[in-house]
Design a protein around this ligand. Structure first.
Ligand SMILES: [Zn+2]
Length: 263
């Protein structure tokens, strides 16, 4: 049968459609496995450091979580929000993670992407559908812009790599933020979260909540906890606390560089 074997470009379209998702599954699982292994490794290293600190009676300085913001444009080329509008949510995330987890949020860049995104990137699906879209390669626009082309960086590393918060226009359903957890170094947040004039959607906790997912925190049943799944502005906004095990999870994550406040 013609094209059943050999390089992918020579295969009939129907075969390419069948095989490309499998490539995506491998990619996502590969990233997850690598991420999980590194989280365990950095957690062990952290425990070792904590033990040393007890022996030496020293207080460790805060860890650092690097974050970059990517703002998308709509189909008319209008940015969905402004760098100034996302600052309060970034300051809130820094305050919560500093007080509750001993981790400082360092914003490395707030960048508005010049290229107009495809509809699926501008108004993405959420949760399992987003995971499926990632496996199918439909989140390629996000991943392509994670690194600033005007600021070539050293080869990407996995430990200490920034988490990228992408500001999209509208996420399907009632979701306003979404993370793929340890399988991705990026999360999405809806632009209306940062609009102070939108009293029924403005919510400074969502960015911090999604950063929590990105560093492996699952949902928590207590409404006072940052990882409570729901938040309903203007009343009923979720709390900002983290439990001790959540603090340990954050500090052990591969995105967090321990003990370097000026890094
Ligand atoms: Zn959540």
């Amino acid at each position: 049968m013609r094209g059943a074997t050999g390089d992918p470009a020579s295969r009939p379209p129907s075969l390419r459609r069948l095989t490309s998702p499998l490539v995506g599954v491998g990619r996502t699982l590969g990233r997850t496995t690598v991420g999980f292994g590194l989280d365990l490794a950095s957690g062990v290293a952290r425990l070792g450091e904590a033990g040393m600190d007890v022996l030496g009676a020293r207080q460790r300085s805060a860890g650092v979580l690097r974050v970059q913001i990517l703002i998308l444009r709509d189909e008319h080329g209008e940015p969905l929000t402004t760098p100034a509008s996302v600052q309060p949510a970034l300051a809130t995330a820094d305050r919560i993670l500093r007080q509750q987890a001993g981790v400082r949020v360092r914003v490395v860049q707030v960048r508005t992407i010049a290229e107009v995104p495809p509809p699926a990137a501008l108004d993405p699906r959420a949760n399992k559908a987003l995971l499926l879209d990632d496996v199918l390669g439909r989140t390629e626009f996000y991943r392509r812009h994670l690194v600033d082309p005007n600021q070539p960086q050293s080869p990407p590393t996995l430990v200490g790599v920034p988490i990228t918060v992408i500001v999209v226009r509208n996420i399907a359903g009632s979701t306003t933020g979404c993370s793929l957890g340890m399988s991705a170094d990026w999360v999405i947040t809806q632009a209306s979260l940062f609009d102070r004039n939108a009293e029924h959607s403005y919510d400074e906790t969502v960015l911090a909540h999604e950063l929590g997912h990105a560093v492996n925190l699952p949902h928590h049943p207590d409404r006072g906890n940052l990882m409570f799944p729901e938040s309903s502005p203007p009343q009923g906004i979720r709390g900002t606390t983290l439990a001790g095990w959540q603090r340990a999870t954050v500090q052990a994550n591969r995105h967090v560089v321990p003990g370097q406040v000026n890094w």
